[in-house]
Design a protein around this ligand. Structure first.
Ligand code: NAX
Ligand code: K
Length: 490
């Protein structure tokens, strides 16, 4: 597990460290770490360092200072360094003096700078870091565009410029750095987990902030965390003691959702899966181990319900949802169940009164929060949107997307940054529902159930895909390998 801290938290943590270290020491630590990553990238991509062309895009603040000092280090190692000053009169004075003394080229005019970027082996993006506000300012978009056009790899210093460090979105006209890699200092910031596509792999450099950092704003589970939480039957367990999950999903028109969710539940945990609904025949045919009936009222005892995929939003769907919300066990509500919750205050009150985990995509989220004052918008800030929905509706929220956000009513937040978007495929959510429902039935807290389910779901997509599209039934089929891989990581 690792933590993520807001720019504000990081800046506050830097203050006491700055006060007790010699002037400029923190920046030199950061820059030395950045230069190390740049040297590795040059070695990997060009086979050397000496004479390789590195262009540093230098902004007005300390992020620019990091870039200048990293340039000094690269110059020392023999690279041909060019610094492009985007705000020439505000460039970090000590860093600029040191870079000039190291006999690097310094440019302030746009035209030669664009040419230099286009010919570079590596660009260091030190335009702006944690104090970024709004979109990139001229002439930065031109230089960032030149690197993109020439396909020059960019190493983002601290954060990819043009991407909001706190929420990970690209404001303004959409110009922003797409980094091949990012090197960050002291602590990971939200952009690193909310916008992986812009950051690339992130290297964290220790600059001594550890003791000063408060509780992180967001946490990220790793494979070992998920493996350690995954339920494993003990010597005295039988099929009932491990938690029975009930799946209330699918219909005669949409039996696929029922088959995907029930099968995923059967693969996720040992013990028992019950299915209740009008796709009982199809579920039985595909998964003979699932105990299937036609209606939730005669399904027998379960320790959690997963309700919603393919359920329908008519009166029968609402009655099923009401039944499971009143069953006194944790409930996972997805798909049509979320639409029903959004439309019905009475159902929302029942959901808040029990332990409920909802798993909306963007459209379902909008319906879910439509009744709230000033409904939160994930397009503006995913973490805040999920956190507010959880707190105000009294349910745990798993907001799907390239970065999955899990928020609990008590304010805890997990993020799962996906490595790809192959999971954006029909039926994939049904598989997630089955897995998360099974984990709730096994007794996991909703945040852990959601976080572990999201992780294994994404891992199954990776294993099932290996670079090609992966239909939901293949994600389902890869669940066993995914669970094995996280258990092996413990
Ligand atoms: N405080 C410290 O001692 C340390 C700071 N570090 C670096 O310092 C950075 C933060 O430095 P600063 O607080 O000076 O701020 P930045 O360097 O992030 O930004 C500086 C200035 O850039 C301008 N700016 C804001 N938004 C912009 C945009 N969208 N496009 C173009 N220009 C924009 C503003 O004038 C802003 O004040 C961190 O990201 C990190 O790289 C590291 O060196 C570690 C130590
Ligand atoms: K940057």
């Amino acid at each position: 597990m690792y933590g993520v801290w807001t720019p504000e938290q990081v800046q506050a943590a830097e203050e006491p460290v700055l006060a007790r270290t010699p002037e400029g020491a923190l920046m030199r630590r950061a820059a030395y770490g950045a230069a190390g990553v740049a040297l590795r990238m040059l070695g990997e991509r060009t086979g050397g360092v000496v004479g390789r062309r590195v262009v540093v895009l230098v902004g007005a603040g300390n992020n620019g200072g990091d870039g200048l000092w990293a340039g000094v280090e690269l110059r020392r190692r023999g690279a041909a360094v060019t610094a492009v000053l985007l705000s020439p009169d505000r460039a970090h004075p000590a860093g600029l003096a040191a870079l000039r003394a190291a006999r690097a080229r310094v440019l302030t005019e746009v035209e030669p700078a664009v040419t230099a970027v286009g010919r570079a082996d590596l660009v260091l993006d030190a335009i702006v870091g944690t104090s970024a506000r709004g979109g990139l300012r001229d002439p930065a978009p031109l230089l960032v565009g030149a690197a993109d056009t020439a396909r020059v790899p960019v190493l983002a210093i601290d954060t990819p410029s043009g991407v909001d460090p706190l929420v990970g979105t690209v404001p303004g006209d959409g110009s922003a750095v797409t980094a091949a890699e990012t090197v960050t200092f002291g602590a990971r910031k939200p952009v690193h987990v909310l916008n992986r596509a812009r950051c690339g792999p992130v290297t964290l450099i220790d600059i001594g902030l550890g003791p000063e950092l408060p509780e992180p704003t967001v946490r990220v589970l790793d494979a070992a965390d998920v493996g350690a939480r995954w339920p494993v039957p003990g010597p005295t367990d039988d099929k009932y003691t491990q938690g029975v999950v009930g799946i209330a999903a699918g219909s005669a028109t949409y039996p696929g959702a029922a088959v995907l969710a029930s099968g995923a539940a059967a693969l996720a945990t040992s013990g028992m899966v019950r299915y209740a609904g009008s796709a009982a025949d199809e579920v039985r045919a595909a998964w003979p181990e699932v105990v299937a009936t036609d209606h939730v009222s005669d399904a027998g005892r379960v320790q959690a319900w997963a309700v919603g995929p393919g359920l329908g939003t008519d009166d029968a769907g609402a009655a099923t949802l009401r039944h499971v919300l009143d069953a006194g066990v944790p409930v996972l509500a997805d798909a049509d169940a979320i639409t029903l919750l959004g439309a019905d205050a009475d159902l929302r009150a029942r959901a808040a009164a029990t332990t409920t985990l909802v798993t909306p995509h963007a459209g379902e989220f909008a319906r879910l929060v439509a009744s709230l004052d000033d409904p939160p918008d994930p397009a503006v800030d995913r973490v805040t949107a999920a956190r507010r929905a959880a707190a105000e509706l009294g349910v745990t929220v798993l907001l799907k997307g390239n970065a999955t956000v899990v928020a609990a009513p008590d304010g805890r937040v997990l993020v799962h940054p996906a490595g790809s978007s192959w999971l954006a495929t029909a039926g994939s959510g049904d598989v997630l529902s089955g897995v998360a429902g099974a984990l709730l039935a096994a007794g996991l807290d909703p945040v852990d159930a959601a976080g572990c389910a999201a992780f294994v779901h994404a891992r199954a997509a990776e294993l099932g895909s290996a670079g090609s599209p992966v239909p939901a039934s293949h994600v389902q089929a890869a669940l066993s390998d995914a669970i094995r891989s996280v258990r092996e990581a413990v």
